[in-house]
Design a protein around this ligand. Structure first.
Ligand code: FCB
Length: 448
């Protein structure tokens, strides 16, 4: 039986709480060869046969590059106070080093103007996975030089836009770039080498630290930070093997990124489980990584269920699973945030992503995505619970504004609160968008 409480957001959020929606460049922009944009590793990967479930590419995606004004109007119509998007590095610096592409910067400048005109706070991400292919040709994130190129790019964005946006995040989910991009090869650049993945994770963290310092030197007003994907790891049973597996999972995914940033070290448990000889950390790297951040972005979707048995013990999934097969587990958000608060000296947090893929259908012009609404309500209650326990969270961004290019799942998975008909590019608000709109309006009039 579903819990009736899940059908309401039973908690109150502060009136100042920020309600937003999120997207990323490659997933929505399209216009892959327009106005001087250089190719990225996702162009190469998506055009490689067999890599994407439905064989699609982000060449057109939601055509947001040409339709950004309509999309900004939709965001404003939702009463959303904030929008999180990413800048495509190859659009503003086609080769990832050297010459800047003014037409690319102009696009983001127009987007920033359009959002500002509607009073929408702007949260920028510098790297949402679309490395310029030219840098990949020189080794990509395995090449230490990429960290310095990234810092140059970050400083240029901060110099141009740093006083016009609320926040700038260096990376989105470096765990995914390292592990899915280089460990399993499911994501671009498609490398399947777990040792390389560990080295890449270090270079990503180093590039974050160097970019933070380069952006600080610019002295802009934007708050600076990073966005990490995080989860709790639950042992399937109380067996030692499952408990150990869960501890190791948490160390390798959450602490592996948090510890260097907040403590200047890698977690010992995870270090014991990698090939140290293949892992190169230079003398000053940890100091470079450990830079104060103004905010932490947390992306939360589900937990990781850890079973060492064969066959694996699977989670019961009392609250169901999404179209991605991800278990709905809102308690994990409360546990994660309260756990982080105990372990680290945290800056303010934004939930920079949370959302659900649903196999949406349009029936008589209506998209009745009740499951998505329930998912959001459950997670908002879980978030409010963490806030009541003292975690400082300042905003929530639903992933995603629009249905979009879901990486190696292509267009087969829909996360949007706005439905996109890819044949016509028509946008239709789903019931979840209508719900979010009225929820935001009512929560703005309440105070905690
Ligand atoms: C996150 C990504 C985002 C989107 C969601 C579903 O890992 O940051 O781009 O794909 O998952």
């Amino acid at each position: 039986m579903p819990n009736p409480d899940q059908h309401i957001v039973s908690r109150t959020f502060p009136a100042s709480f920020i309600w937003g929606v999120a997207t990323s460049a490659y997933q929505i922009e399209g216009a892959a060869q327009t106005d001087g944009r250089g190719p990225s590793i996702w162009d190469t990967f998506s055009h490689t046969p067999g890599k994407i479930i439905d064989g699609s590419t982000g060449d057109v995606a939601c055509d947001h590059y040409h339709r950004y004004q309509e999309d900004v109007d939709i965001i404003a119509g939702l009463n959303a106070g904030a929008y999180r998007f990413s800048i495509a590095w190859p659009r503003v610096q086609p080769l990832g080093s050297g010459v800047w592409n003014e037409a690319g910067f102009d696009f983001y400048s127009r987007l920033i103007d359009a959002l500002t005109a509607k009073n929408i706070r702007i949260h920028v991400t510098l790297y949402h996975w679309d490395l310029p292919q030219a840098l990949q040709d020189q080794g990509g994130w395995l090449n230490r030089d990429t960290t310095e190129h990234f810092a140059v790019y970050a400083a240029e964005v901060a110099r141009r836009f740093g006083n016009r946006v609320a926040t700038i995040a260096t990376h989105n989910e470096p765990w995914c770039t390292a592990n899915l991009g280089h460990g399993t090869g499911q994501f671009a650049p498609g490398m399947a080498d777990p040792k390389a993945a560990v080295q890449v994770s270090h270079h990503l963290l180093l590039s974050h630290g160097l970019a933070m310092q380069a952006m600080r030197a610019v002295k802009c007003s934007a708050k600076l930070g990073i966005v990490l994907n995080q989860w709790t790891a639950t042992p399937a049973t109380e067996s030692d093997a499952d408990v150990m597996m869960a501890k190791l999972e948490y160390a390798k995914s959450v602490q592996w990124y948090m510890d260097p940033i907040f403590k200047g070290t890698y977690p010992e448990l995870a270090l014991q489980n990698i090939d140290r000889a293949a892992f190169s950390v230079h003398e000053n790297d940890m100091n470079n990584i450990r830079q104060p951040i103004d905010f932490l972005g947390v992306n939360y979707y589900t937990r990781v269920f850890c079973s060492a048995a064969t066959p694996k013990v699977l989670p019961e999934g009392k609250l169901g699973f999404s179209d991605m097969g991800w278990e709905t587990y809102p308690q994990g958000l409360t546990d994660l945030l309260t756990g982080l608060k105990k372990e680290y000296d945290l800056p303010p947090i934004y939930i920079t992503e949370n959302g659900m893929a649903v196999a949406d259908k349009v029936v008589d012009g209506v998209i009745d995505d009740e499951a998505r609404i329930t998912y959001v309500k459950l997670h908002l209650n879980a978030l409010a619970e963490a806030m009541e326990q003292g975690v400082n969270v300042q905003g929530y961004f639903y992933w995603s504004l629009l249905d979009n290019y879901e990486w190696n799942s292509g267009y087969a998975k829909r996360f949007g609160i706005v439905y996109v008909d890819y044949a016509t590019q028509k946008r239709t608000l789903k019931n979840s968008a209508l719900w979010y709109r009225s929820f935001i309006s009512s929560s703005k009039t309440k105070s905690a």
